[in-house]
Design a protein around this ligand. Structure first.
Ligand SMILES: Nc1ncnc2c1ncn2[C@@H]1O[C@H](COP(=O)(O)OP(=O)(O)OP(=O)(O)O)[C@@H](O)[C@H]1O
Length: 256
């Protein structure tokens, strides 16, 4: 289980994430929503260790990882898709996935020696390529792929690393309409594995509605709602933030 307690960060006078306490269970997908600037990405950064908290703690499986940096947290099981920065642009798609498979297997990072005697790793890398619908592009350089394929490759690398917690920050941003289902299917598959904890920052409410077991809402850095999707989506704070509807005004209009 992943847990944050009173997690807080201040940038100068601005409190971007304010005392957020929340626990995320294996086998669940929690969507984190909120208006622009609400603190969603910053909350992710605090969990994955990209930025240091001003106060509060992060625990994974009961172990306090607050003092650890990002690489140590990744080692502990936190996996985050990083808007393409996880890719090696000058390696092929297959090589990118193989490196992740090797790293996961503890087989080192030498791309050229290991593959002749580790058939299992070759098979695993091919399975991942298949899962992210990139089998036919295995020999292309990562840098030559269109944006949508690069995002798929990044998810593939993350899958190959087999983290306990998957963190996706707008995974379908910038994707064409026909590419979106591939990513959503992958997330659905990950969800089916009841041992994984998935966190998803997402603006598209149809995606949230379809995938989330639970929604938490951040507003001005604070956790303002937490619950089952339909109840949270119907709540005044979400209606106001997303749809510009003030429930009191709406009720008054209806009454008039
Ligand atoms: N490194 C930083 N230094 C100063 N201010 C920052 C820093 N990172 C984030 N902020 C501020 O913290 C607030 C929260 O930003 P954050 O990017 O987490 O919001 P968000 O909910 O992810 O927004 P969006 O949906 O637009 O991505 C914003 O006001 C932002 O300007």
């Amino acid at each position: 289980m992943l847990e944050t307690t009173d997690l807080t960060v201040r940038f100068g006078g601005h409190v971007a994430v304010n005392a957020v306490s929340c626990a995320f269970e294996p086998g669940t997908l929690t969507a984190i929503v909120g208006p622009n600037g609400a603190g969603k990405t910053t909350y992710f950064n605090l969990i994955s260790g990209q930025i240091k908290a001003t106060a509060g703690r992060v625990k994974l499986n009961g172990v306090d990882i607050s003092a650890r940096g990002a690489p140590a947290r990744a080692q502990a099981g936190l996996g985050r898709a990083f808007q393409l920065t996880n890719l090696f642009p000058n390696l092929t798609v297959r090589e990118n996935v193989r490196l992740a498979v090797q790293a996961r297997a503890g087989a080192g990072l030498n791309l050229w020696r290991i593959w002749s005697d580790r058939r299992d790793l070759v098979v695993r890398a091919d399975e991942v390529l298949e899962a992210v619908a990139l089998s036919d592009k295995g020999d292309a350089l990562a840098s030559s792929l269109p944006h949508g394929d690069q995002r798929k490759l990044e998810v593939g690398i993350l899958m190959a690393l087999e983290p306990q917690v998957f963190m996706f920050d707008e995974p379908t941003a910038g994707m064409s309409v026909d590419e979106v289902p591939v990513i959503l299917n992958l997330i659905r598959q990950l969800k089916a594995d009841r041992t994984k904890t998935i966190l998803l920052v997402e603006h598209k409410m149809d995606v949230v509605r379809e995938l989330a077991d639970r929604i938490i809402v951040l507003h001005n850095g604070e956790l303002v709602a937490d619950g089952e999707p339909e109840a949270v989506i119907a709540s005044p704070v979400v209606q106001q933030a997303y749809l510009g509807i003030n429930p009191e005004e709406r009720d008054q209009e209806v009454a008039a």
